[in-house]
Design a protein around this ligand. Structure first.
Ligand code: ZN
Length: 254
């Protein structure tokens, strides 16, 4: 594998992520929460691309400063949010491919958190960058699309190969875990994950990346078809999208 990933913190709880293709030297930033930490994390890598997941300012506000430093920067972002992303050079949508040197990402539309939200799936490298659609033990708030639409987006991510490494937009795992534990207090995999999260946070380490398999075993928002999760919200045998909606609105009030 010639693709490597560098993850670091930006702002309060945003993740900065760089994807580097050692074959060509191409480097992409996933979103741009803040230019300074991204420039610091680059070291001797040259920034060639920015892959934007959605229009929220804590994901795009670093773009102008990065563009000033790297004028040839290619900025990819969701077609449906093109007008709201500074210096966008290529609008992308479902199924399109983005090349970072010799590495390649497939664009998946995942509306829900925002209407045009996209994620970037590097199939060969078995890694996906989910922005604010999926978090470890949680998911983004449904700001711009109905719950049923958001649920379809999560189901799409859940169907990726189980070994896929998952990177997300924020370090929210601990807070998400507190809610998840109220939904499935007897989930042994979740208990183990919460212990791991506690250890990592105490050591000042990130809880990401996670994996699709890990989230399928522990994340209540991907487990809305499980009888234990349905029972927790009093919706046994009800359609997954409805269970998801109930869970999401309870989390909003948690
Ligand atoms: Zn967001």
């Amino acid at each position: 594998m010639t693709t490597s990933v560098r993850q670091f913190m930006c702002l309060t709880d945003n993740f900065g992520v760089l994807v580097h293709d050692s074959e060509t030297g191409a480097t992409a930033t996933i979103d741009a929460p803040d230019a300074r930490p991204i420039l610091d994390a680059l070291g001797d890598w040259v920034l060639t691309d920015a892959l934007i997941t959605h229009h929220h300012s804590d994901h795009v506000q670093g773009v102008p400063e990065l563009k000033a430093k790297f004028p040839d920067l290619a900025v990819y972002g969701p077609a449906k949010e093109a007008a709201r992303i500074p210096f966008l050079t290529t609008a992308v949508k479902e199924g399109e491919r983005v090349r970072i040197g010799a590495s390649e990402a497939i664009v998946l539309d995942t509306p829900g958190h925002t209407l045009g939200h996209v994620i970037y799936y590097f199939e060969k490298d078995q890694v996906v960058f989910c922005g604010d659609t999926l978090f470890s033990l949680g998911c983004g708030r449904a700001f711009e699309a109905p719950y049923a639409v958001f649920w379809s987006s999560l189901a799409k991510i859940a169907a990726l190969p189980p070994e896929t490494q998952v990177y997300c937009g924020h370090e929210y795992t601990k807070a998400n875990g507190a809610f998840a534990a109220t939904v499935e207090p007897n989930n042994a995999a979740l208990k183990r994950r919460l212990e791991e999260v506690s250890r990592l946070r105490q050591a000042g380490l990130p809880t990401l990346p996670t994996t699709i398999a890990g989230e399928l075993a522990t994340n209540p928002f991907l487990r809305v078809e499980e009888p234990s999760v349905q029972a927790a919200v009093g919706l046994r045998g009800v359609a997954p999208a409805v269970v998801f909606g109930e869970l999401r609105s309870r989390k909003d009030r948690f």
